[in-house]
Design a binder for this molecule. Structure first.
Ligand code: NAD
Length: 505
């Protein structure tokens, strides 16, 4: 990987340079791409220049992935593929600190969060490695004339298109199951956060993966490498995380070649606190799930629904806790919450604060950009709380992707369920209650891909994750994730070798 440091003309800071793409096991300059400036959201300045690929680079990467798929990767015994994945996981573990620092620079996510998140990824890769040689088929009983069985085969070359909020996590959730299934990959990170994916290339190289099994091509989405991947006839599946509108564009682009898809899209998750809950514990979860990742996560419980008897108490506690969140420079290990990932995202959040006020919700905490001298050039906003919100307000219906909680009152189970489901999305949901019957009753009625009871955001390699409705197609994590990268072949073998002549009489 070509990486060097220079100074930027306009700013005295050092600018890192990552000048090559990882294609066919080699570090190569782009053919029809160029260089992307990656902005440090804490300063608003360029911190890295990164090579990006164009259509021809995607052609090269897809062709390398196809050669690897048809050649060494599919011929390699699955237990050897698993061993390579385990080696990769070990190298990943050794590099967590570097990966966490770079992800924090690129995305602005606080170092304490990137360390914790990225520190878990080796466990994902180890677990998926353990599934690489377990794609059992079935033997299907029929009659004595045939022997019927199924085999599970990798779908082929997979294009992975990742978002900027959780670049390495999104890559991990796709690479683990895809490699376990025996697929080969072209990975395109988001243009806002292109750096860490390239480091993965270095780790795959060091682990000894055959050339072309994983190819990494940063690039733009619409009109760029993303679109080229989405429409490429040589790509068998697209695994995408991002916005619903982008998923629709990806579907249109791939319609001609009828690919397979996994879509992890947005969310506007209900976080329901009943009056009989352990309110302190619920508050720990509700505040964390409103502000972690600076609110830039699809899984956040941004609709906090609170039963009326404890409503005022929860609003008060929410506002008090907002003032305890340390918003600051993301590389400072004591910082709880860093900046938003981009100027655009910060402006969007502030726009929604205005919308919430105009809609009549009561701003009880935050809502402003931070202006302290060391933060003023970055994209920092305060943790924000709206009380008196209702489920029909835009702040309760639209994905803000900022640290904004809307607290909505409700009266009973029926109203809680109706409100929770009254959304275009269906990704995650949380509920807090000490009544075990209510926990079962209510969770069973919620239309979401994952429902947490008396906890929130418990996501692991074993827990299938994905959405109902506009939140997506398919699941990441769990054995379901590997399934999504496999096809089934049914083989029918006649035990007699005879076939009746249909035209004999
Ligand atoms: P986005 O859809 O704008 O971009 C995601 C990726 O798609 C980027 O790599 C981008 O370059 C690429 N892209 C954009 N247009 C494209 C096109 N026409 N063809 C091919 N590729 C294209 O999303 P974002 O703003 O980066 O991410 C935020 C969104 O991701 C939010 O809506 C969030 O809810 C969602 N998200 C979902 C999950 C989940 O697991 N469900 C996880 C994280 C983020």
């Amino acid at each position: 990987m070509k990486r060097h440091v220079s100074t930027d003309q306009n700013h005295p800071e050092k600018v890192e340079s990552f000048s090559s793409l990882f294609i066919g096991g080699a570090w190569v300059p782009p053919v029809d791409g160029g260089t992307i400036d990656s902005i440090d959201p804490a300063t608003g300045r360029v911190w890295a220049r990164v090579a990006f690929g164009g259509k021809q680079d995607i052609d090269r990467a897809v062709s390398a992935a196809r050669t690897a798929f048809d050649g060494p990767w599919s011929r390699m015994p699955p237990y050897e593929r698993a061993a390579l994945m385990r080696r990769f996981a070990e190298l990943y573990a050794e590099n967590v600190e570097e990966l966490a620092h770079l992800e924090t620079r690129d995305s602005g996510r606080a170092l304490r969060e990137t360390r914790a998140d990225i520190g878990m990824h080796p466990k994902y890769y180890h677990w998926f490695a353990s599934l690489a040689d377990k794609h059992d088929g079935r033997s299907i009983p029929m009659d004595d004339s045939v022997h019927v069985f199924t085999s599970r085969l990798p779908v082929g070359v997979v294009g992975m298109i990742c978002p900027w909020n959780v670049p390495l996590m999104s890559a991990c959730w796709k690479l683990g199951p895809a490699l376990a299934a025996g697929c080969t990959v072209v990975l395109k990170p988001a243009e806002q956060t292109p750096v860490t994916a390239l480091l993965l290339g270095r780790l795959f190289e060091q682990a000894g993966f055959p050339p072309g099994v994983v190819n990494i091509v940063p690039g733009y989405g619409r009109g760029g490498a993303g679109e080229a991947l989405a429409e490429h006839e040589g790509v068998d599946k697209i695994a995408f995380t991002g916005e619903g509108e982008t998923a629709r564009a990806i579907l249109r682009a791939g319609a001609q070649s009828l690919k397979k898809y996994t879509f992890e899209l947005g969310g506007k998750s209900p976080h329901i606190i009943f009056a009989d809950a352990d309110v302190d514990q619920a508050m720990n979860a509700a505040t964390n799930s409103a502000w972690t990742l600076c609110g830039q996560s699809c899984a956040l419980g941004s609709r906090v629904m609170v039963q009326r008897p404890i409503y005022d108490r929860v609003v008060e506690a929410f506002a008090a806790r907002a003032s305890k969140v340390r918003v600051g420079l993301p590389l400072d290990p004591s910082t709880h919450m860093g900046p938003q990932s981009s100027l655009e995202q910060m402006e969007k959040t502030l726009r929604y604060v205005g919308i919430g006020c105009d809609e009549g919700a009561e701003l009880v905490a935050g809502g402003r950009r931070l202006e302290a001298p060391d933060l003023a050039e970055g994209y920092f906003v305060e943790p924000t709380v709206f009380a008196g919100a209702s489920n029909d307000m835009r702040i309760a219906r639209e994905e803000i992707f900022g640290p904004v909680a809307a607290i909505i009152p409700f009266d009973d189970d029926e109203e809680a369920v109706a409100m929770a489901n009254d959304t275009a999305y269906g990704l995650t949901a949380g509920l807090w209650t000490r009544d075990v019957g209510r926990a079962h009753r209510v969770s069973a009625q919620i239309r979401a891909g994952i429902v947490w009871v008396n906890t929130y955001r418990y996501i692991r390699w074993t827990t299938p994750y994905g959405g109902f409705k506009a939140s997506g197609w398919g699941r990441e994590n769990g054995v379901e994730a590997v399934d999504a990268y496999l096809d089934t072949r049914t083989t029918v073998i006649s035990t007699t070798g005879t076939f009746p002549d249909a035209y004999a009489d």
